[in-house]
Design a protein around this ligand. Structure first.
Ligand SMILES: Nc1ncnc2c1ncn2[C@@H]1O[C@H](COP(=O)(O)OP(=O)(O)OP(=O)(O)O)[C@@H](O)[C@H]1O
Ligand SMILES: Nc1ncnc2c1ncn2[C@@H]1O[C@H](COP(=O)(O)OP(=O)(O)OP(=O)(O)O)[C@@H](O)[C@H]1O
Ligand SMILES: [Mg+2]
Ligand SMILES: [Mg+2]
Lengths: 257, 257
């Protein structure tokens, strides 16, 4: 079976979606079968891959979690071969309140994925900016975490909370959960702050920190307005080069996993 | 009584905290009595104002919402005269699940503020990046919304969801709720994307859009690591000038409110 990776950080705007979408695209280009599961009510990963959210009849992550639709029926193709998406939806905002009274409230996603038997290499979950029930469902379903950290102070400050939650989840709902890797995003090497944050992150996470650092690159923020990953929008940009390099590191690390 | 402003946008990392902290500071410098209420479990606004979150015995927004401590007992002074903070805490992450079963679950904050009789000019609520129960409490307690919008595509896309929530709240839990203003943040005039987003925001929100645009300025992201608002950290920076200008527009608009 494939590797289920939750892309998570409760700090907002650190590059979770940008990392999910572009890493998924480059892994798929290398021939890996990739599923991107958009667990965020904002559904940014879905629009970043050109999914039309207005098509009412399409099944999505809400159908998977609450209506118990099979994952197979929720998947949609994208402009990238080997990459399918389970789209996000605003309805997920209500899912947290609907899940709250259930016995297995943290395990709904894990249970929903159990029935899926099609082969895949990676299932990447893009999480919302919170540590609420949706993210807890991702932490329960995933085998490993991919943590984007923006090279800024508030983002660094949030790491402690994230680690506390990781340890709690590991002791309670998912003992197998590991940290797959940490990636620095929106890095502007000209600022002292970014260099300081990089130093702090590498000393805290050691080998878990990917060598690849994602630079701040306006092409990455333009691509979603065309519904395209960076591999399609501007393959020669610094942003694309960085995510290609990251995908190579991810492939290497998966072999040793 | 003063104006209760909720600084809200479910999109993460758009500058809610940076706007709350620095606007509050410049309003206080002008002699206004300002309270900053940190409703985010990340508690970034609190650390951005130098509040020591480790001091266990201090009351905070969780005490206010769940333990029914009076707001007066939850307020702490800051390095800026006339500015007090009701600090955020990680415990707020659990508050959403604790509030969910309550009858008045959206009105807990509104009810908690009712008992506060000390005079103030502005009560600014920094919201988390979601439209869950904590943010709904802010939308119920506030008279008006201040909406920061990052000059990026995903942030623009999220505006529709925010407006849907605003209209629902206005029809159900708070008919008085108005849009006080919309401010563009992290604006880099050299990019076409930023200029496009500005055009879209001004045509969508018209007069509600502040003339002041907050530029991307690294000094704004350095200041929180010293626990200082930009008025203290680097009063001459472009970021400080922009938030000073914004505070002037806010004062003018309050007179006509
Ligand atoms: N390396 C980069 N260079 C420039 N812009 C970037 C980069 N990475 C992300 N962005 C832009 O920054 C903004 C925040 O990124 P993104 O939305 O991916 O973060 P997120 O963590 O998924 O946010 P949220 O917490 O709201 O889910 C987006 O507008 C995105 O296009
Ligand atoms: N105008 C600006 N120029 C440069 N950096 C900025 C600016 N405004 C905010 N920042 C930085 O960008 C990051 C995101 O801003 P901030 O944390 O204020 O957003 P937020 O909307 O409060 O995020 P969250 O959704 O996590 O609450 C922070 O690291 C902040 O220091
Ligand atoms: Mg996202
Ligand atoms: Mg914030």
């Amino acid at each position: 079976m494939g590797l289920i990776l939750a892309v998570v950080n409760q700090k907002g705007g650190v590059g979770k979606t940008t990392t999910s979408v572009n890493l998924a695209a480059f892994l798929a280009i290398r021939g890996k079968r990739v599923i991107l599961l958009d667990l965020d009510p904002q559904a940014n990963a879905s629009s970043g891959l050109g999914i039309d959210k207005k098509k009412e009849d399409n099944k999505n992550t809400y159908s998977l979690l609450i209506d118990k639709t099979s994952l197979k029926d929720c998947l949609q193709p994208t402009s990238v071969r080997n990459l399918q998406v389970c789209a996000g939806t605003i309805d997920l905002a209500g899912a947290e309140i609907e899940l709250a009274p259930l016995d297995q409230r943290e395990h709904c996603l894990k249970n929903a994925l159990k029935g899926f038997t099609d082969p895949y290499d990676y299932l990447i979950i893009d999480c919302p900016p919170s540590l609420g029930l949706l993210t807890l469902n991702a932490l329960s379903a995933a085998q490993a975490l991919l943590i984007p950290i923006q090279a800024e102070y508030y983002a660094l400050e949030g790491v402690t909370q994230l680690m506390e939650t990781y340890h709690t989840v590991k002791q309670t709902i998912n003992p197998e959960l590991e940290i797959f890797g940490v990636v620095l995003t929106m890095f502007d090497g000209r600022t002292q702050l970014a260099n300081q944050v990089e130093q702090d992150v590498r000393s805290y996470f050691g080998e878990k920190t990917f060598k690849t650092v994602i630079p701040r690159n306006v092409r990455l923020s333009e691509a979603p307005s065309y519904g395209q990953p960076i591999s399609v929008y501007d393959r020669r940009s610094k942003g694309a080069e960085a995510y290609l390099k990251l995908s190579r590191e991810v492939l290497k690390r998966t072999k040793q996993w």
